[in-house]
Design a protein around this ligand. Structure first.
Ligand SMILES: NC(=O)c1ccc[n+]([C@@H]2O[C@H](COP(=O)([O-])OP(=O)(O)OC[C@H]3O[C@@H](n4cnc5c(N)ncnc54)[C@H](OP(=O)(O)O)[C@@H]3O)[C@@H](O)[C@H]2O)c1
Length: 255
């Protein structure tokens, strides 16, 4: 172990799911900026040209992977392809998630299944596919995308909040099971961040102000403020951290 903490990711390979935009894109760019080559999990590979270009301009390698995480086949084939190209995966950022607003009394079985399948089932089986490889390779880092919604109740978001609480507990379970394989498993739990996913909500000035009023730091987050902690958890500097869910919430849940 080095005398000083090492935050760099040279010679590491990362796989980021849902990398096309929002937090996934910010994480992919930040990991590359810290030195990693990046496999980009995408629902539509045709959306990635500028992202690949930006990563390559940093002197890193990037490959777009067809990876709709609602398909078990695509999860498996994308992980296989990433390993074919890069020979390893050191870091998984399990980012994909959806948050349709839906009052509890109106939630249908289909709504429930869609959110739980994309947020929980897909994260579990992506972690499993990559985890099997990490076990063989002798270790790795898994970072799940949770939310402050895994800690607190958000209005009209019962299923989303439930799914993120499940992510938090899945993080602890996988951390506990896979510590013996030198795999750390952590999660990050952001507050409201400006992304294409939250734009329709934050475009409503009243809603936006109500969010800002709840955040002691008094502002909406930027994607890079989530990507930084993800890079930290992926780095050797975080070698003793596993089973943690790191809140990135400007103090929302501290009040
Ligand atoms: N933004 C926030 O305020 C916030 C706060 C807390 C937690 N989070 C969590 O952070 C994660 C990302 O949120 P975001 O705001 O960045 O979302 P976003 O702007 O909506 O972006 C989501 C990305 O995921 C991709 N995606 C959606 N379904 C997919 C699927 N089935 N397979 C593969 N990719 C898929 C989308 O692909 P396309 O580009 O093809 O549509 C898109 O690139 C989610 O887990 C969310 O719950 C976000």
């Amino acid at each position: 172990m080095s005398k000083y903490p090492n935050f760099r990711l040279e010679n590491k390979v990362a796989l980021v799911t849902g990398a096309a935009r929002g937090l996934g894109r910010a994480c992919a760019l930040a990991l590359a900026h810290a030195g990693a080559d990046v496999a980009l999990g995408l629902r539509d590979v045709s959306t990635s040209a500028d992202l690949v270009e930006e990563i390559e301009s940093m002197g890193r390698r990037a490959i777009p992977l067809q990876m709709d995480v609602s398909s078990m086949e695509q999860i498996k084939s994308a992980v296989w392809e990433a390993i074919e190209v890069f020979s390893r995966i050191d870091i998984l950022v399990n980012n994909v998630g959806v948050a349709p607003a839906n009052p509890a009394e109106k939630v249908t079985e289909e709504d429930y299944d869609t959110t739980m399948d994309l947020n929980v089932k897909a994260s579990f089986f992506t972690a499993q596919a990559v985890g099997r490889h990490m076990i063989e390779q002798g270790g790795g880092r898994i970072i799940n995308m949770s939310s402050q919604a895994g800690f607190i109740a958000l209005q009209d978001e019962a299923i989303y909040c439930t799914s993120k609480a499940a992510i938090n507990h899945m993080t602890r379970n996988l951390a506990s099971e896979w510590a013996k394989f030198n795999i750390t498993v952590n999660a990050v739990a952001p507050t409201f961040i400006e992304t294409p996913g939250t734009k329709p909500w934050l475009d409503d000035p009243e809603f936006k102000q109500s969010v800002i009023d709840r955040i002691p730091l008094g502002r909406i987050g930027k994607p890079v403020e989530v990507a930084g902690p993800v890079v930290f958890l992926a780095s050797d500097a975080a070698s003793l951290i596993t089973g943690s869910v790191l809140l990135i919430d400007g103090g929302w849940t501290a009040r």
